[in-house]
Design a protein around this ligand. Sequence first.
Ligand code: 18C
Length: 256
Amino acid sequence: EKKKKELSLPKPQQVISLSPNHPLYDEINEVTSAHMRRLLTSSQEEEDILWTCITDQGDLKVFTRKLEENGIVIDPLKAVATVRGITGHEVCYYFWEFENRLEWEATLESTRIVEWLSDDTFINNNVIKRVWPASQRDACFWSHIRHITANSDEGPDSWIVVNYSTDHSNCPANKYVRITMNVAMICQTIIEPPANGGEISRDNITVKITYTADVNPGGWAPASALRTVYKREYPRFLRRFTQYVIDKTKDKPILF
Ligand code: 18C
C-alpha cells in the first residue's frame, strides 16, 4: 500500500537556483525532497501512533514525540495549521525572508546573514534568547525556499522552506552552545472560487501549513523546563507568525 503511494507521488521539480557545483547542492536537494516525501507518504494511522497532540486549538494543532539522546531532549515537533486569507507562497516567503524575523520570533535575540549562496538560499546565524539557568544558544543553518509543482491532478502546488544546520568558517561555534536543527515549513493553498464567477479575493483562499522541527539543543538543558518552553512557544510562534503574514499582506495583491 505504502509502495503504491510512493510510486504515484508527484516528482518535486528541481528548480533550485544554486549551482550544481556548489558543495551544498546535493544536501539541499536531498533534505528538501525528504521533507516532501515525509509529508506526502505519511498515513493518518502512522501519524496517530507516532505523535502525541500537545495543543489542539482547532485550526492549530501541535504534536510531539518524546525522544532523548544521552539525557538531552530532542523531541521532534510537528504543527498543522489552517489559515484563511493568505497563500502558501506568502507564508513561505515571510518565513524565509529574514529581515523582519525579530518582529514575529519572540525567542530570538538576533539574526544575521553569514553568506548568500543563491537567490533562494542563504546561510544564517540566529542567536536565541537566554533562558536562565541554561547557557545561551545559537544556530548556523542554510535556509532554502522552493516552489514544488504537483505534476499530477492529485493535489495543489506546494511551497517549502527548509532551515538545516551547517558549518561555516564565518560562523564558528565558540561563543554560545550550538543547537542543530532540521526545520521545514510546507504550505498548500486551497482556493474556493466565488460561486458567481467573480474575482478571487482573500476570502476565497486558505492555506494549510505543516511545520516540523527536529531540534537538538546542544548541551544539556533541564528536560522538563525545555518541554514546558516548547509547549508554550511553538503555538505562540505559529499564531504570531501567521498573524504577521496576514497583516503584511492584507492590502497587497494576492501572491499565488
Ligand atoms: O522555525 C522557527 N524559526 C526559524 C527561523 O529563525 C528557525 C529556528 C528554529 C529553531 C528554534 C528552536 C530553538 C530551541 C533552542 C533550545 C534552547 C534551550 C534553552 C533551555 C531552556 C530551558 O527555523 C520558529 C521557531 C519557534 C521556536 C519556538 C520554541 C523555541 C524555544 C526557545 C527557547 C528560548 C526561549 C526564550 C524565552 C524567551 C521568551 C520571550
